[in-house]
Design a binder for this molecule. Structure first.
Ligand code: BG6
Length: 478
């Protein structure tokens, strides 16, 4: 279904994110018929370019980052015809009048801030003071949304001076992933799972976001952040919230976000014993973390694993184990809900097998798998084995599954439709930092040194111990 005609201004329109994700995503929406032909995309940045120069840059980006089967030269030309460019000085006066003249007053207006957070305030101020953005306009801001609670509050305050909360779309691209939304559909659209979705039936939950890439190229940013700020404070906590939250009364932005906020507020702080931090060593895929960031004394983690407790009625006693890291064995993101054993086994099998696991795969091969116990076929008597009830979206949905939009495309279309459900509200971001800050402060005060781990492994051995000592094991990263 096409969205309304819009003017989308991308500040930082020549930058890396715009070229890799935002513009190729918009191209796909056009090719898919969702973006109306009257829509316009206006790149705004410091570089001295004209419309044609910008179109050339975007053409190159499309050919570099777009899947070949999605490229159609006619569509590419149509798309490039929707692009315009203005040179603006985010902190000065230059370019803002030109931008104003370019905007069509009868459209939905969206402004994507794909720039350093220090420019959020100055750009917001100019958009408002110069009458470029009105009270209906939407602004989209990227992570990192702050470095800690204080800076996040300052960012929220500087945006709030010019825009109200209903206009602000804070992107967490994990919320735009197909399976993440499916998680809500599965939980709240079926009778099957929800009655079991609590500490009485769930033994524990594992959330793994493993990457094979290192931090090369982004070393400077990364070394100031680390996995806790870069991944846990936002993506992993958001996943945890969707699993742990109470059913919202409606699928509506504030109803969903109110419930997520309650989860973040119910998180206990992490005890030092429940936390493992690591750095990868040099190996077959490249230099060590310390070499990658050019800082031999760095104490920043590029791997983190932890055991979390959600202190509320539903989850008391059910641990949530989270882990994420770079240069691991495989690129895989998975949420696993590990159910308890049946209370009494009539078969001759040991307890602690945890044969029922609902695994929700975010990437690759999006899908869900539920493992169940059955009888091993054949005459060997009542021997039990665990087999997967597999639902790969690609298999179940055929062609439809190959049309699954990338997270960014979906989220940008939601901005145009004015749907904030998959965006973080200001209070949520602040609550997430309020939980993160003391955990970081604690390891910093102890001068904690991350444990080394091999490239291509599952992380430091201490991370395995985190579950072993509870009589549990991590699922394989594969
Ligand atoms: C980003 C982080 O938010 O997410 C990166 O800054 C990380 O460090 C990336 O690599 C992972 O996203 P995805 O979609 O590739 O899993």
């Amino acid at each position: 279904i096409p969205v309304e005609p819009f003017d989308l201004v991308i500040f930082g329109g020549t930058g890396d994110l715009a070229r890799r994700k935002i513009l190729p995503g918009l191209y796909r929406r056009l090719a898919d018929g969702q973006m109306p032909p009257e829509a316009r995309i206006i790149g705004a940045a410091r570089s001295d370019l004209d419309d044609d120069g910008f179109r050339e840059l975007v053409r190159e980006a499309l050919y570099e980052y777009q899947r070949e089967e999605d490229l159609d030269s006619e569509q590419v030309e149509t798309f490039l015809g929707l692009l315009f460019y203005v040179t603006v000085d985010a902190k000065g006066d230059a370019g803002w009048e030109d931008l104003k003249k370019l905007m069509n007053p009868d459209r939905v207006h969206a402004f994507y801030f794909s720039v350093a957070p220090s420019l959020f305030g100055p750009i917001a101020e100019r958009l408002k003071d110069r009458g470029i953005a009105d009270d209906e306009a939407r602004i989209v801001v990227e992570k990192p949304f702050g470095h800690d609670l204080e800076s996040a509050k300052a960012l929220n305050a500087s945006l709030a001076q010019h825009f109200n909360e209903k206009q602000i779309y804070r992107i967490d691209h994990y919320l735009g992933k197909e399976t993440v939304q499916n998680l809500m559909a599965v939980r709240f659209g079926n009778m099957l799972f929800e009655p079991l979705w609590n500490s009485q039936y769930v033994d524990h939950i594992q959330i793994t976001v493993a990457e094979t890439v290192g931090v090369g190229g982004r070393g400077e940013y990364y070394d100031r952040s680390g996995a806790m700020r870069d991944m846990v404070q936002n993506h992993l906590l958001q996943l945890l919230c969707l699993i742990a939250m109470e059913p919202p009364s409606r699928y509506d932005p504030d109803a969903v976000r109110d419930e997520k906020l309650k989860v973040i507020r119910a998180l206990d702080t992490v005890r030092p014993d429940d936390l493992v931090r690591g750095q990868y060593l040099a190996g077959p895929s490249g230099p060590s973390y310390l070499e990658d960031v050019g800082n031999p004394n760095s104490l920043t983690e590029c791997f983190i694993a932890m055991r979390l407790a959600v202190s509320n009625w539903r989850w008391a006693g059910t641990p949530f184990y989270l882990r994420t890291g770079k240069r691991l064995k495989a690129r895989t993101s998975e949420i696993a809900i590990v159910f308890k054993d049946a209370p009494h086994s009539i078969f001759d099998v040991p307890q602690g097998r945890h044969s029922n696991v609902l695994s929700i795969r975010l990437q690759p091969n999006e899908g869900m798998e539920m493992s169940v116990t059955i009888k091993e076929p054949g005459p060997g008597g009542m021997r039990l084995i665990d087999v997967p009830l597999d639902m790969s979206f690609a298999e179940a949905l055929g062609e439809q599954a190959s049309d699954i939009p990338d997270a960014y495309e979906r989220l940008i279309m939601d901005v145009i439709r004015g749907n904030q459900t998959l965006f973080m509200r200001g209070d949520e971001v602040e609550a997430a930092w309020a939980w993160t800050d003391p955990v970081i402060a604690d390891w910093e005060s102890r001068g904690h040194v991350p444990s080394p781990y091999d490239q291509g492994s599952s992380g430091p051995d201490d991370a395995l111990m985190l579950l072993h000592r509870d009589g549990r094991r991590w699922r394989d990263i594969r």
